[in-house]
Write a protein that binds this ligand. Structure first.
Ligand code: GDP
Ligand code: MN
Length: 397
């Protein structure tokens, strides 16, 4: 589950990580109130208005703006709320902004120059350890830093049993070139950030930029946070942080029905029981010249209702030119699945405009095939895996 910047920052703050503070708003009026509250809390002179969407590069797309007065706050909020923000990380049509964060200006001048760093924490699966990636080159695209100046990116591997050790936090602060108060502040920042990462069951923290302020405090100016979905049961308070507006609507609907659905780019819709068979089916479609339009595991109870819903979900994708149903009847009986397909077909009716190739193998597969053939529906029955693939190829032309 991906979080918005303001939600990620809340989690960081709860673990004692220094952040650029702010209040959320969804109208220009709320924005002004947020700005007033913020000045009372922080004494900030200026405000940064930040569009809350699940994509980075907002600054480049005009989604992060500095406001120097309440009037600026009002005007900028009017511009940003409701806009379709296009950044290098959004789809070409952009993402609609419904919330903005009114944040304190933390790039003020003082005893030293503000300086931006990059820090992320992630699981490195190849070594089975968490890893802190960090760089002196903050505030910009980390991909282009990795491309042009890879020697400016450091990695620190963390042993899960030991956790982050004090010498590692010191090493990071040292490699970032910090001294004195900023050095100490960075150690505290990194230690608490790591605690927050583990404590929130995150799969990714990316803080870009981490800022050394003019008075040598270290704070998170941005926060990209992903939480492990499988750990959400340990954090009931995080569940409401999910923003369905940011997710693929078909995937959300499938999820609510307990179906495992992932949208893909191809033209062959797949309905399969079991994740392994679903993967094999996708391979087979590729080999026969098509491309899967989705991954869909209908699970062990492929009953009529689930089959119907699965068809409806697949048919929402306008790219689908054929549907391949590939069911292995182990516990689930093929004749029941066949009946489910026939019922679904009747219920959905004329809206099924694409050919359906059905391969049912296993328990009662013969009677299933007979049922389908006798149904007079536009459904092509196949018994063998390869046979199904060839039939898909035929209908795609
Ligand atoms: P992103 O573009 O989506 O990564 O959004 P960020 O939160 O990283 O902000 C983008 C850029 O806005 C930062 O790199 C800063 O240069 C600028 N910015 C963020 N906060 C402030 C601030 O408090 N004051 C000023 N002057 N600039 C800021
Ligand atoms: Mn950023």
């Amino acid at each position: 589950m991906n979080l918005h910047e303001y939600q990620g920052k809340n989690i960081l703050e709860n673990f004692g990580v220094g952040i650029q503070r702010g209040f959320i708003a969804s109208s220009p009026k709320e924005a002004i109130n947020s700005a007033k509250k913020l000045t009372e809390l922080t004494n900030t002179k200026f405000y940064v208005i930040k569009a809350q969407i699940h994509a980075g590069g907002r600054g480049k797309g005009g989604g992060v703006k500095l406001a120097k007065s309440f009037r600026d706050v009002e005007n900028i909020s009017k511009d940003i709320i409701g806009m379709s923000l296009i950044t290098p990380q959004t789809p070409p049509e952009g993402k609609k902004v419904s919330k903005i964060l009114i944040a304190e200006d933390v790039y003020y001048s003082g005893e030293s120059e503000p300086k931006e760093f990059y820090v992320s924490i992630l699981l490195n699966r190849s070594i089975g350890k968490n890893m802190i990636m960090y760089s002196t080159e903050g505030g910009m695209d980390i991909e282009s830093v990795a491309d042009k100046t890879p020697h400016l990116i450091f990695n620190e591997e963390i042993d899960s049993a030991m956790g982050l050790l004090p010498f590692q936090a010191r090493k990071i602060a040292f490699n970032l070139g910090l001294k004195g108060k900023a050095f100490k502040s960075m150690i505290k920042f990194i230690s608490n950030l790591y605690k927050a990462y583990v404590g929130s069951d995150a799969t990714l923290f990316e803080i870009n930029p981490v800022l050394k302020t003019a008075d040598n405090n270290i704070i998170a100016v941005d926060a990209k946070v992903s939480i492990d979905d499988n750990a959400l049961f340990r954090h009931p308070d995080y569940i409401e942080l999910r923003d369905f507006e940011e997710e693929n609507p078909v995937e959300v609907e499938a999820d609510k029905a307990g179906l495992n659905y992932v949208d893909l780019d191809g033209n062959v819709g797949c309905m399969v029981n079991g994740a392994g068979l679903a993967m094999a089916t996708m391979d087979l479609i590729k080999q026969s010249g098509g491309a899967p339009a989705n991954f869909l595991d209908v699970g062990g109870t492929a009953d009529a209702k689930r089959v119907e819903l699965a068809f409806r979900l697949i048919l929402k994708d306008p790219n689908v030119k054929a549907i391949l149903v590939n069911i292995f009847g182990g516990i689930v009986r093929c004749d029941r699945v066949a009946q489910g397909i026939i019922d679904a077909y009747k219920n959905i009716g004329d809206n099924i405009k694409v050919p359906i190739i059905v391969r049912l193998q296993g328990t009662n597969s013969e009677s299933a095939k007979t049922l389908i053939q006798n149904s007079n529906l536009d459904v092509i029955a196949a018994t063998a895996f390869e046979e199904a693939a060839i039939k898909v190829q035929e209908v795609l032309g």
